[in-house]
Write a protein that binds this ligand. Structure first.
Ligand code: ADP
Ligand code: NI
Length: 223
C-alpha cells in the first residue's frame, strides 16, 4: 500500500505545479514572485503562532490564477488549488483554509470588509504585500504597467484614493498613480510586527524613489 505523502513532499510537488502553471506569467506575478512571498512568509511565520504547512501552501498557491489575468474571474485560483491539493490527498481542513487564503489575500482597493481572517492569512498577506513595495515593488509596478500598456506618469491624471473594488480593478491610470492608490498605503496595513518592520524600510525607499522621480521629471536636478 502507498504511504501518504509527507508535508515536505507535498510542498515540493506544489512548487513544481506552481512553476509549470506560471511559466508564461507576467514578470511581476511569475514564479519568482511566488518564491519571494513563500520565503518571506516562512520568515514572518517564525514569530507567529501559525500552522506552517498552511502558510507555505497558501503562499505558494496564492497567485495560481490571479483574476487580473483571467478576465476578472475570482474563482479559478481556488478551483485549481483545490483540485491540485485533493489530487495529493491533503486533508480537507487544510484545503479549505488554503482556499480561504487565496480568496481573501487580495488588496483590490482595500475598501471593503474582509470575509475571512486567520493568523495564517495574516502572514501570507504580509509577505505578498512586502513584495509589492520597496525596490522589488517598484520594478513590479512598472513591469505590470508596461504589460498593460500604461503611461509611466501623466501629471494631468491625479491619483484616486478610496476607490471601490470595481473602480480599482478597472483603473487604467498611469503607473506612478498606483504608488498613491496602493503601494504607499501598505505599510500601515501590515498584520504582523515582523511584516511592519520590514515594510518600513521598503516604504522609505519608495518615498525616496518618488522624490527623485519627480525631481528628474521637472529637470530640477540640472543646477
Ligand atoms: P492584489 O493582487 O493584492 O489585489 P494588485 O492586483 O493590486 O494586488 O496587484 C499586485 C501587484 O501588481 C501590485 O503590487 C503591482 O506590482 C502590480 N499592479 C497591479 N495593479 C497595478 C497598476 N494599476 N499599476 C501598476 N502596477 C500594478
Ligand atoms: Ni502575489
Amino acid at each position: 500500500m502507498k504511504t501518504p505523502a509527507t508535508h515536505r513532499e507535498i510542498i515540493l510537488q506544489t512548487i513544481g505545479f506552481v512553476k509549470s502553471e506560471l511559466q508564461s506569467a507576467e514578470g511581476g506575478h511569475d514564479w519568482w514572485h511566488i518564491e519571494r512571498v513563500w520565503k518571506n512568509a516562512v520568515a514572518i511565520a517564525k514569530s507567529e503562532a501559525v500552522d506552517l504547512f498552511v502558510v507555505e501552501l497558501g503562499a505558494l498557491l496564492h497567485d495560481i490564477a490571479d483574476s487580473k489575468f483571467h478576465h476578472g474571474d475570482e474563482t479559478i485560483g481556488v478551483q485549481k488549488a483545490r483540485a491540485f491539493l485533493e489530487g495529493l490527498y491533503v486533508e480537507e481542513s487544510v484545503i479549505g483554509h488554503v482556499c480561504e487564503i487565496i480568496s481573501n489575500i487580495s488588496f483590490k482597493g482595500g475598501n471593503f470588509t474582509r470575509a475571512f481572517y486567520s493568523p495564517e492569512l495574516a502572514v501570507v498577506q504580509d509577505a505578498d504585500r512586502l513584495d509589492a513595495i520597496g525596490a522589488i515593488g517598484i520594478a513590479r509596478a512598472f513591469n505590470y504597467g508596461g504589460f498593460k500598456g500604461r503611461a509611466m506618469y501623466d501629471p494631468a491624471v491625479k491619483p484616486m484614493t478610496g476607490m471601490t473594488k470595481e473602480q480599482y480593478k478597472n483603473s487604467t491610470a498611469p503607473t506612478v498613480n498606483h504608488f498613491y492608490e496602493k503601494l504607499l498605503l501598505l505599510k500601515d496595513r501590515m498584520n504582523t510586527e515582523t511584516g511592519r518592520k520590514m515594510a518600513q524600510r521598503r516604504h522609505l525607499f519608495m518615498e525616496q524613489y518618488l522624490e527623485q522621480f519627480f525631481m528628474e521629471w521637472e529637470g530640477a536636478d540640472s543646477a
